[in-house]
Design a protein around this ligand. Structure first.
Ligand SMILES: [Zn+2]
Length: 77
């Protein structure tokens, strides 16, 4: 009793593996900073509040967030 054919499960696993590889290829390796427009490569940008930011602009955004918090506490504009 030889089973030469793939079982449905094996076929599914193969298909999922292939799809995962395709998705990986489709993932952008490069992006553009939404704030300063600089071209950034994978690993050099961060998604912040739904926007792509370079490391500099991300630090800026974090600082502004903190400033806003501080201003709120001081009650001055
Ligand atoms: Zn930037």
């Amino acid at each position: 009793m030889a089973e030469e054919e793939e079982s449905p499960q094996e076929r599914r696993e193969r298909w999922m593996e292939r799809e995962a590889r395709k998705a990986d290829e489709r993932r952008p390796k490069k992006a553009k900073c939404a704030s300063c427009g600089k071209d950034v490569e994978e690993g050099e940008f961060i998604e912040f509040e739904g926007r792509i930011l370079c490391a500099d602009c991300y630090a800026d955004a974090l600082e502004k967030d903190m400033d806003m918090g501080a201003a709120e506490g001081a009650g001055a504009g």
